[in-house]
Design a protein around this ligand. Structure first.
Ligand SMILES: [Ca+2]
Length: 190
């Protein structure tokens, strides 16, 4: 009986290990931990409550906060209303370590209700005075009022050790107030 019990324990332990390993595998697939907007939120000022892993740029927004009514997955999405400034960064993510020469995909879901917005992949390698890679990537052609999936393919050039994601006002040269929601932002190796 004792032996049976210890065997049962061993199987239970094995099952836990298998589940844990599968979970860890899935976690490795997404390199960015702050793209689902299901984490903590911090009040920055009267207009901004910022999601964990992201920093707003002062004066470039009219609203940043969680949305529970319009979301793609889970309980919450990010709601952003920009102030009308050309090419202004609204929200920057923490750095994501990358390896030069590897192809990465930044995938995200966006729901635009007014204007246009772009997601940029920016070199975040220190020192940032002389970024190895500061060319922004644009995602355009948003359809207002529905969730759309977009992808940005990115190969960090020589010397690039870290990227960050940046939400930037307007899709082109148009200066306009933008209202948009973001959810399920994933960074992965292609
Ligand atoms: Ca979510």
């Amino acid at each position: 009986m004792k032996r049976l019990l210890s065997m049962a324990k061993a199987f239970a332990l094995l099952a836990v290990l298998v589940i844990f390993a599968a979970g860890a595998g899935l976690a490795e697939e997404n390199l960015f931990a702050y793209g689902d907007f299901e984490g903590k939120w911090k009040q920055i000022d009267a207009k901004a409550t910022s999601p964990e892993g992201w920093t707003p740029r002062a004066n470039n927004y009219d609203l940043i906060g969680p949305a529970g009514d319009i979301k793609y997955e889970g309980a919450t999405a990010l709601h952003v209303v920009t102030s009308a400034k050309s090419g202004a960064q609204v929200l920057n993510s923490v750095g994501v370590p990358v390896q030069e020469g590897t192809t990465y995909i930044v995938g995200y879901w966006v729901y635009v209700t007014d204007g246009g917005i772009r997601m940029s992949v920016v070199d975040n390698t220190e020192p940032r005075f002389y970024p190895v890679f500061n060319k922004h990537h644009f995602a355009t052609d948003f359809e207002p009022g529905e969730w759309q999936y977009h992808e940005i393919e990115f190969v960090p050039p020589k010397g690039c050790k870290q990227l960050r994601l940046s939400l930037v006002q307007s899709t082109e040269r148009e200066v306009k107030r933008t209202a948009a929601y973001f959810d399920k932002i994933v960074v992965r190796v292609k």
